[in-house]
Ligand binder design. Structure first.
Ligand code: ZN
Length: 461
């Protein structure tokens, strides 16, 4: 009897890892890092209940680290099977996995230097060499093309509309039955990406629940707020706008909104700077996949290629270019990473703009507890940057409603597209409140058999 074990994203939003054990073969679906609070991050160090060498093949639904960031660790432990994913996921993994390895190595170096780890010496979870080896295992497969991955099992990727290359993985077993691993479900009517694809049937379904208990503000209202923040700062107060944004996904969304607003005549003149090497690379990858994006994005591509149809945009590559932005006093929109202000070039831009009342910091993504971004959003009057106290005098805007995840209404709407109830639905990838709320909705509104798994729970299929 095949079994399914929830090795991550059970009762929490990160660490996605679902093990399909078919007796003779083992397939792991997603291989994500636990992220966020320390208690979660420490789980990355806990041994898996199986040998990495006993996994025959791996499937990745998308390139967010909470779905793919543990892969180099698995490789460090001896995994040598093939990793099936879409071409978009492969391209983004080639950015995010080495970057993540670099961060792991940096943290270990820091811990050794300042001796704050209880381990001597502190080791990285994995190295850049592990990440490089992981990339050689990636096996890209296009959407809607079922292919065999181990004897008796095939996988088909279906566009999930959540991130470039994101997919649900439909796994078919020769002995009968399909399991739909939902990955993360995207939003409808969002820029750049296609809408999530409908699915009509599956015997067993795993559905995410990041926003299982909430609904987003509507997108038009969100874009209005963004336009106001830009105009208020650039035209009325004559300062700069600093936007901390994740390099992959959110930065491209913001560029898209800027070009659309400009096209509608709703913005004055401005210079846009994308100051993050990873954001520049992610933008290049996005534009290299016209088959994955919608018509509005073709306009964005045109703007970036020819500089027509929108404000001037510059992608800075080296540190010197980046430092030149420091002397710009007004009229600049600076998109930089990290998205939560904890590292990267964004900290320099905050240092030069945070204490100027004519400037604005525009937050467009989630700010986790304990991050610099969160302290600013929560109204700190002063923050520490590079060992210096900096007063927060810039105007702070928090633009909600830009999440890449479907909200409760969209999740239930997507489930309603099923022609028949799956034999069993598992609600994963959500904090307990969200996961339980979505389970209750599914039970009450659809009458399906549904449950929230416990961490490391195994079930028969
Ligand atoms: Zn995701």
């Amino acid at each position: 009897m095949p079994t399914l074990t929830f090795l991550g994203a059970a009762g929490t939003v990160t660490g996605s890892k679902h093990l399909l054990d078919l007796g003779r073969h083992r397939v792991l679906v997603d291989c994500g890092l636990f992220q966020g609070l320390k208690e979660l991050r420490e789980r990355n160090w806990r041994p898996l209940p199986l040998a990495a060498t006993s996994v025959d093949a791996l499937i990745l639904t998308h390139a967010h680290l909470d779905h793919c960031g543990y892969l180099p660790r698995l490789v460090a432990q001896g995994f040598r099977g093939r990793v099936f994913c879409t071409p978009g996921t492969r391209d983004l993994c080639s950015l995010v996995l080495p970057d993540s390895a670099n961060l792991q190595e940096e943290q270990a170096r820091d811990a050794n230097k300042h001796e704050y780890s209880k381990h001597h010496p502190a080791l990285p979870l994995y190295t850049e060499a592990d990440a490089a080896r992981a990339l050689t295992l990636l096996q890209p497969v296009g959407y809607n093309r079922p292919i065999p991955i181990v004897p008796g099992v095939e996988v088909e990727f279906i566009d999930a509309g959540h991130l470039l290359g994101s997919a649900y993985a439909r796994v078919r077993l020769d002995e009968g039955g399909t399991i739909l691993f939902g990955g993360d479900l995207g939003r409808y009517g969002r820029p750049i990406l296609h809408d999530p694809s409908p699915v009509e049937r599956a015997d067993v379904l795993l559905v995410e629940s990041t926003y299982g208990n909430r609904n987003h503000k509507n997108l038009a209202q969100t874009i209005d707020e963004f336009a106001y923040a830009l105009n208020d700062t650039l035209a009325s107060r004559r300062g700069n706008v600093v936007i901390p944004a994740f390099a992959v996904g959110r930065t491209q969304d913001m560029l898209y909104f800027i070009v659309e607003l400009a096209r509608q005549g709703r913005l004055g003149p401005m210079d846009v700077y994308v100051d993050s090497p990873m954001a520049s690379a992610a933008t290049r990858i996005t534009l290299a996949h016209p088959e994955l994006y919608d018509r509005g994005t073709a306009r964005l591509a045109e703007w970036l290629k020819r500089g027509k149809g929108g404000p001037r945009v510059r992608f800075t590559e080296d540190v010197e270019d980046s430092m030149k932005i420091n002397s710009v006093r007004s009229g600049a929109v600076i998109l930089s990473a990290s998205g939560m202000c904890d590292g990267g070039r964004i900290k320099h831009h905050l240092r030069f703009n945070l204490s100027r009342p004519e400037c604005a910091i525009v937050f467009v993504g989630f700010q986790a507890a304990g991050t610099l971004g969160r302290r600013i959003v929560d109204g700190a009057k002063r923050v520490r940057l590079f060992g210096e106290e900096v007063a927060v005098r810039a105007k702070v805007f928090t633009i909600g409603g830009l999440s890449a995840h479907a909200d409760q209404a969209a999740l239930v709407g997507w489930l309603k597209g099923f022609r028949a109830a799956p034999r069993q639905t598992w609600v994963v990838h959500g904090e307990p409140l969200s996961a339980n709320a979505l389970r209750d909705e599914i039970e009450q509104r659809l009458g399906w058999r549904v449950a929230v798994p416990d961490p490391r729970q195994s079930v028969e299929l």
